[in-house]
Design a protein around this ligand. Structure first.
Ligand SMILES: *Cc1c(COP(=O)(O)O)cnc(C)c1O
Length: 282
C-alpha cells in the first residue's frame, strides 16, 4: 500500500475484519504509512464492530485496530451485525471533530431553504435509532462479551476442524467470526450445493474461489459445530471420489462469472437477476 501512495491519495482503508475471509488487516503497519504521509486511515470494522471491543474480556487476543493506534482517524461499525440491533442504523467514529464535517451534505441555493443533512441520506427513521438503543441496553457490555466469547470459541473449533480435513484448506488466519476455505484438489463450488442440501447457508467467494461460513449465535448451540465439520468432511469425501468432476448447480454461476474478462457482462447478468425479481407479469 505504501508503494501505491501518491499525491492523489486521500485515504487509506483497512479491514477489521474483512467480510470474505474474516482476516484482520495489519492496521498498525497501515497506520505507520498513514502517519508518515499525513493521510487519514479508516478502519472498516462494520462486521467486527461488536466483537473487536470485547475480544480481550472474552479471553482471546487480537492486535489493536482502534484509536489507540496513532494514525487511525475513523472507524465504522455496524450495530445490526453482532450488535443484534434491527437493520438501518450504523456508526462512524472519528478520532477528531475536524473530520466529521466532510460527511455532511449541504446545499445552500435550494428555493426550499438551506438544505443540510448529517449524511447523504435525507429523511431517516427515529424509530430505528430508538430500537437500536434499546437493543444495546438489552444486551449490555456483559452480553456482548458473552456473545463474543461464544462466537470466537465456535470459530476456533470450526477452524481447527476444517484444518484437519484433507484436500481443503483454511484461507489465512481468521481471528473473528468468519472462516473461509478452499481446495487445491477439486472445484470448491461443488461443496456449495452438497452443504446447502444438508441445510447450511454457505457463501461463495471469488478471486480466489472459496467458500465461507459466517458464524452467528445460531452456530454456538451445542452440537452445531460438530455437525458442520462432519457434513464438510462427508461432502469433501464425495467430491474426492471424482476430483476432476465439473461443477453443477449454483456453483456454475460463480465459476463462470470469474472466467469472463469483460466485467460489464457480469454486472449486466446481476442486474438481470434483480429485474427478474421486480417482474410482475406471469
Ligand atoms: C456489512 C459490511 C459493510 C457494510 O455493508 P452494508 O450492508 O452495505 O451496510 C462494510 N464492511 C464490512 C466488512 C461488512 O461486513
Amino acid at each position: 500500500m505504501e508503494r501505491a501512495v501518491n499525491r492523489n491519495t486521500i485515504l487509506l482503508v483497512g479491514s477489521a475484519c474483512g467480510y470474505p475471509h474474516g482476516i484482520i488487516d495489519d492496521i498498525e503497519s497501515l497506520a505507520v504509512v498513514a502517519y508518515k504521509y499525513n493521510i487519514p486511515l479508516h478502519v472498516d470494522c462494520c462486521l467486527g464492530g461488536f466483537l473487536v471491543p470485547f475480544v480481550k474480556d472474552a479471553g482471546f487476543h487480537i492486535d489493536p485496530v482502534d484509536f489507540s493506534v496513532p494514525g487511525v482517524t475513523s472507524i465504522s461499525c455496524d450495530t445490526h451485525k453482532y450488535g443484534f440491533t434491527p437493520k438501518g442504523s450504523s456508526i462512524i467514529m472519528y478520532s477528531d471533530k475536524k473530520y466529521r464535517q466532510y460527511q455532511y451534505s449541504v446545499y445552500t441555493e435550494w428555493p426550499g431553504g438551506i438544505y443540510i443533512s448529517p449524511t447523504i441520506a435525507g429523511s431517516r427513521s427515529g424509530a430505528n435509532i430508538a430500537a437500536c438503543w434499546a437493543a444495546l441496553l438489552y444486551y449490555g457490555y456483559n452480553g456482548y462479551v458473552e456473545s463474543t466469547r461464544k462466537i470466537l470459541s465456535v470459530r476456533q473449533k470450526i477452524m481447527n476442524g476444517l484444518e484437519k480435513i484433507d484436500d481443503i484448506f483454511v484461507l489465512g488466519k481468521p481471528s473473528l467470526s468468519v472462516v473461509a476455505f478452499g481446495s487445491k484438489r477439486f472445484d470448491i463450488f461443488r461443496l456449495t450445493d452438497l452443504l446447502t442440501k444438508k441445510g447450511w447457508n454457505i457463501n461463495a467467494l471469488q478471486f480466489p474461489s472459496a467458500l465461507h461460513i459466517c458464524l452467528t449465535m445460531c452456530h454456538v448451540i451445542d452440537g452445531v459445530a460438530d455437525d458442520f465439520i462432519r457434513d464438510v468432511r462427508e461432502s469433501v469425501a464425495i467430491c474426492m471420489q471424482n476430483p476432476d468432476e465439473k461443477t453443477s448447480g449454483s456453483g456454475v454461476i460463480y465459476g463462470m462469472a470469474q472466467q469472463i474478462p469483460d466485467r460489464s457482462m457480469v454486472s449486466d447478468m446481476a442486474c438481470q437477476y434483480l429485474n427478474s425479481i421486480y417482474e410482475t407479469t406471469d
